[in-house]
Design a protein around this ligand. Structure first.
Ligand SMILES: Nc1ncnc2c1ncn2[C@@H]1O[C@H](COP(=O)(O)OP(=O)(O)O)[C@@H](O)[C@H]1O
Ligand SMILES: [Mg+2]
Length: 253
């Protein structure tokens, strides 16, 4: 699996939120995009998942363009994502929230299928079994009947990931998954994310929290003011002058 981000440019009015952004990675692997607030990280994710059409450039999965297509089309290419602000359904149980992800995969339909669950036999049961495995993997199984809105943030982040995994992605995009988590929660999350490549799932992490990605990612891309200023191993990026000035320097101050 190869992803190529090729000369991506996105403009909001007079502002280039992404400009000439190019890098590529091969999976299964963990790659990170870091950068200060407003650097254009979420914008790049939105391009990769079809929520924004770029003004320039394209994104290719296995050589085929995926940018500029509708989000459902991109999801159907087995690219899953979470959002910076979790988009779970608070009233629904933890398990039903994950089932939504499984149904999105089966029929490309967000909520309607969950309302008549059990109606269509084998596919439903297969989805249910898959969801239970994911709930166990993410240690949410014991909480499966709780309304999702009653979970602490650490569990909500895992729930969002569980839901994305239910659509069986081969590339999972996580937008600030560790944000707002305490150190134990983020350590648990990191331990879980680390298991994904061995299951054939590539992860692209967007993080503001540099420490979190440095221990997880094999490749780190750094955005600043919409532009890619460095890409390399965590060690290379950590020692890059432009990165220290643009980002790490700011964090220390
Ligand atoms: N829908 C939008 N309309 C106008 N400006 C936007 C929109 N989305 C993002 N921006 C601007 O684009 C820049 C990059 O934003 P974003 O990609 O969210 O950054 P990051 O995720 O790195 O914090 C910011 O200056 C932000 O204000
Ligand atoms: Mg963001």
């Amino acid at each position: 699996m190869k992803i190529e981000i090729d000369d991506i440019g996105v403009r909001f009015g007079g502002l280039w939120a992404n400009r000439n952004v190019s890098f590529s990675f091969e999976g299964p692997s963990i790659t990170a995009v870091i950068g200060p607030n407003g650097a254009g990280k979420s914008t790049l994710f939105n391009v990769m998942t079809g929520f924004i059409k770029p003004a320039t450039g394209e994104i290719r999965l296995r050589g085929e363009r995926i940018s500029g297509q509708a989000p459902e089309k991109v999801a159907a290419r087995r690219i899953g994502r979470t959002f910076q602000i979790p988009e779970i359904c608070h009233e629904m149980s933890v398990r039903d929230n994950v089932l939504v992800g499984a149904h999105r995969h089966i029929r490309g339909n967000l909520f309607s299928q969950v309302l008549n669950i059990g109606a269509s036999g084998a596919a439903e049961r297969e989805a249910g079994d898959r969801v239970d495995v994911i709930l166990k993997d993410t240690r949410l199984y014991d909480l499966r009947d709780r309304p999702a809105g009653t979970l602490p943030l650490g569990r909500v982040r895992l729930l969002e990931i569980a839901r994305a995994l239910a659509s069986e992605p081969e590339l999972l995009l996580l937008d600030e998954a560790a944000s707002g988590l305490n150190s134990q929660e983020s350590a648990e999350l990191a331990a879980f994310i680390r298991t994904l490549p061995s299951r054939g799932i590539s992860v692209l992490l967007i993080e503001h929290n540099v420490g979190f990605v440095m221990e997880l990612a094999s490749t780190v891309a750094v955005l600043d003011h919409g532009q890619l200023i460095a890409v390399g191993t965590p060690e290379e990026v950590r020692n890059n002058e432009a990165v220290i000035t643009a980002y790490l320097g700011k964090r220390k101050s």
